[in-house]
Write a protein that binds this ligand. Sequence first.
Ligand code: SAM
Ligand code: DTB
Ligand code: SF4
Length: 327
Amino acid sequence: MIKARNDWKLDEIKALFEIPFNDLLFKAHSIHRENFDPNQVQVSSLLNIKTGACPEDCSYCSQSSKYDTGLEREKLMEIDEVLQQAQNAKNKGATRFCMGAAAWRNPTDKSLDKVIPMIQGVKAMGMETCVTLGMLSPKQASTLKEAGLDYYNHNIDTSKENYPNVITSRTFQDRLDTLAAVKDANISVCSGGILGMGETETDRASMLQSLANLEQHPDSVPINLLVPIPGTPFENIKPPSESEFVRTIAVARILMPKSVVRLSAGRLDMGEGMQALCFFAGANSIFYGEQLLTTDNPTVANDKLLFSRLGINGEDYQQSVAQELTL
Ligand code: SAM
Ligand code: DTB
Ligand code: SF4
């Protein structure tokens, strides 16, 4: 088994992108099989606990106050409703519950106090907890850890070079600083990006290089396909081709062999064949449930059908590993 590296050179990664498609997929799938059950896909559920009016200017986002996306601003959801939604997600088979207060640049300590009982409540239901709240200080990261948080989602979104074309209200380094605070607090890191924001193949290679060369690979790497939002600067941007998207999943799997690669937003625009190729290339997690944060996701019934056609077991692979160990 090849040891995971964090000293990838950009040219090496670009060379992976150039391999013939079948050879790349074979390589990625072989690495995938060495590290995971190829027929197991972890399912997570997402809930937006605070919607709209975000002061940042991310050009892809429905929740930025800089663009007229027609989204109604909502205040932080009440805890009872959050826990009810978490229970529904659990009943539908989700093993991780992710809460997004996406409409914050960073949480105030007062707002963090409101999120903490939500984390504790979801954890008490026996699910893994994940939140995405924007930028965090080291102290806030420690507070979340003490509350029992398992994962923090904070995407680098695109390459360092393409970053200023996507977001100007914060820097790429701000993102890396929050990721360092999360890691130092011993919270598992969930970090990835979006394809389809005008980036070149070199940008995709550079984005994956930044993730793979972190001191520790992120535990989860969400790869989103841009969901174009009317009213944002990227509403009419050209999407990547299907093979370009699948190649990126394959390269992510090769660079970060033990990370869970999540086929995240954009699955409504992908057919069965493309999703199957993504799972073959190394994706082994999805968001499950009709809604992402503000946009639609395939229905649970459709995903069940997809999994049954592909012979995929949608349970948490970590649970099955634990079961194997106790046998
Ligand atoms: N405010 C938090 C932050 O910036 O980290 C939470 C952001 S939330 C909306 C999480 C991630 O979803 C974003 O970082 C981005 O990668 C992804 N995302 C947001 N809008 C998207 C869209 N329209 N299409 C695809 N991915 C999107
Ligand atoms: C991630 O990488 N993708 C999720 C989650 N992390 C928080 C969010 C996708 C959002 C898609 C657009 C929307 O629904 O607003
Ligand atoms: Fe705000 Fe996050 Fe959307 Fe950027 S991605 S506008 S920070 S909610």
